[in-house]
Design a protein around this ligand. Structure first.
Ligand SMILES: C[S@@+](CC[C@H](N)C(=O)[O-])C[C@H]1O[C@@H](n2cnc3c(N)ncnc32)[C@H](O)[C@@H]1O
Length: 224
């Protein structure tokens, strides 16, 4: 019998060793295929990667020509996997920055670790300047509808489950609107359209589940 799901801090401390700073599974590849071109069209001067983990998005934010790029995470173990000096240990729910400190925030696959999506979105708006961009992704509501769990293998080969907070699309939209964002784009990609269908795991997945949306990506702009 599998142990109960681990809470985020404990899980990422265990996961960090096997969490490289690149898209290392099909879900991340599908997500990055959407997020990367969104980021590439934004010109920013100060960019923040919230829940940066091992820093997968730091080079992509640097490519926006932003003079300042910081990656923030509450897991020292995950931060230790990254490189460069632009890493900050902190909690996304109470960011250690003044209001309007950034004009671009990216947050990839981390809001599933946040219970209160409304408070999180308000905190992102606080540190963004007017006209600033928020680009973030989350596990698609498909996960809950189909009863999927989030799992990973630690360096010793053990399989672990990590708890996550499911957010409905309507909850994201309501939180963004309440925090003063204009929603510019929503994408709900599926496997297959952006990944190589020859990947064995994807084939097995599609045989069992068909072709559901697996991730949701939002691009929102802070309104005046
Ligand atoms: C699934 S990983 C994604 C890492 C990275 N964004 C990526 O996509 O490669 C989620 C990350 O969010 C971080 N995280 C979760 N809750 C957080 C919080 N409240 N404050 C800061 N970091 C948090 C975790 O430590 C973990 O590194």
């Amino acid at each position: 019998m599998r142990s109960p799901p681990l809470e985020a801090r404990e899980a990422y401390a265990l996961w960090a060793e096997t969490y490289p700073a690149v898209a290392h599974n099909p879900l991340m590849r599908v997500e990055q295929a959407i997020v990367e071109p969104l980021l590439a069209q934004i010109r920013a001067t100060r960019a923040l990667d919230v829940g940066t983990g091992s820093g997968r998005y730091v080079p992509l934010l640097q490519a926006t020509d932003a003079g300042v790029v910081l990656g923030l995470d509450f897991s020292l173990e995950m931060l230790a996997r990254g490189s460069g000096r632009s890493r900050v240990c902190g909690d996304a729910r109470r960011l250690p920055f003044r209001r309007a400190s950034f004009d671009l925030i990216n947050a990839s696959l981390m809001v599933g670790d946040i219970a209160d999506i409304g408070a999180w979105t308000t905190e992102m708006a606080r540190v963004l300047s007017t006209g600033g961009h928020l680009v973030y992704s989350d596990f698609h509501p498909s996960w809950v509808q189909r009863g999927w769990s989030r799992t990973f293998r630690s360096a010793d080969g053990d399989l672990h489950e990590i708890a996550f907070h499911a957010h409905a699309i309507d909850d994201h939209l309501a939180a963004l609107e309440r925090a003063g964002f204009h929603i510019r784009a929503i994408r709900e990609p599926r496997f297959g359209s952006h990944t190589d269908d020859a990947v064995p795991g994807i084939r097995a997945f599609r045989r069992r589940w068909g072709n559901p949306q697996v991730v949701v990506v939002f691009h929102a702009v802070k309104e005046p």
